[in-house]
Design a protein around this ligand. Structure first.
Ligand SMILES: [Cu+2]
Length: 295
């Protein structure tokens, strides 16, 4: 092997090692990449894990060293040590420093996990839609107060999503979908999570943490899809026999495509409602309607 070839191999080792460390860390930490809050949660896990790994290797290494170096030998007399003030002070303060560092890192990241940022410049505008602009004391909003707000309704055993844009003054007529939520990329999406029956839990790992859907309460969370794609999740709280079937997906599409989808959806629902209204009218006019025969 020439010296330049061996040099190339040597150069590749740190890269391969870095890759191995990265993939090991990724295996033990939450999925991420879909939304800034999920990325912050993931990096927090990675920092904690890296510190824990260093401590693990140091402690186990010292233990192994002591086991081998001071193993039982003929004629050896074990030293009897009682107390070592310097050592004890050392490990107590080192542990305190590590704990403090972890607390500082956690609290630094907490606000970017909990508080939604503004949508990106290439996010959806949806300026004309009602329900896009929010002023709320409960819900955390982006600094500019603009988010796409979607209501997530948990019920045995399906998720329903209600989008902004009610056509009726009483709030009815808003477009909705089941199981698959469609959102625009680079747009801050705030979620109102509710339940119609028992406790459910909304969770799309790549888009952030879990949020409970509790009957009678509103839970709030947010995400901002950084790329197009399908993000999978499912109800994370056992809610009955069909719990395993209560899956959820979020499909992130370019903003223009989202607006197109939303208006198509609104049209489909309008048509379906008109057809149902017509069918009801027809039934009402039929002779004998209203007289229910006993079977
Ligand atoms: Cu459920």
């Amino acid at each position: 092997m020439s010296s330049s070839a061996s040099c190339a191999v040597l150069n590749r080792i740190p890269a391969a090692l870095g890759h191995a460390i990265q993939s090991t860390l990724a295996f033990f930490t939450p999925r991420s990449g879909g939304s800034p809050n999920a990325n912050e949660i993931d990096s927090l896990y990675k920092i904690t894990l890296a510190i824990a790994l260093v401590i693990f290797v140091a402690v186990e290494g010292a233990l192994l060293y002591a086991l081998i170096r001071y193993r039982k030998r003929k004629g050896a007399v074990a030293a009897q040590i009682r107390g070592n003030t310097r050592l004890e002070l050392g490990w107590t303060s080192a542990a305190a420093v590590i704990l403090l560092a972890l607390a500082v890192v956690t609290f630094t990241k907490l606000s970017s996990i909990e508080n939604p940022p503004n949508s990106g410049p290439n996010g959806a505008t949806l300026a004309g839609d009602e329900g896009l602009l929010f002023a709320s004391s409960k819900r955390k909003l982006p600094p500019n107060g603009k988010s796409l707000n979607i209501t997530v309704i948990g019920r045995q055993y399906i998720w329903q999503y209600v989008y902004p844009g009610a056509s009726e003054p009483d709030g009815l007529g808003a477009p909705y979908s089941y199981e698959e939520m469609v959102v625009p990329t680079n747009t801050t999406v705030t979620l109102d999570v509710v339940s119609e029956d028992v406790v459910h839990e909304w969770w799309i790992p790549e888009l952030g943490g879990k949020v409970e859907a509790v009957p009678g309460y509103h839970s709030y969370t947010w995400f901002k899809a950084l790329k197009t794609g399908v993000f999978e999740g499912q109800c994370a709280f056992i809610c009955g026999r069909g719990h395993a079937r209560m899956i959820a997906t979020v499909r992130a599409v370019p903003p223009a495509q989202f607006e197109e989808w939303l208006s198509k959806r609104r049209q489909q629902i309008k048509e379906a409602n008109a057809a149902a209204h017509e069918a009801r009218e027809k039934l009402g006019k039929q002779a004998g309607a209203g007289q229910v025969e006993n079977p």
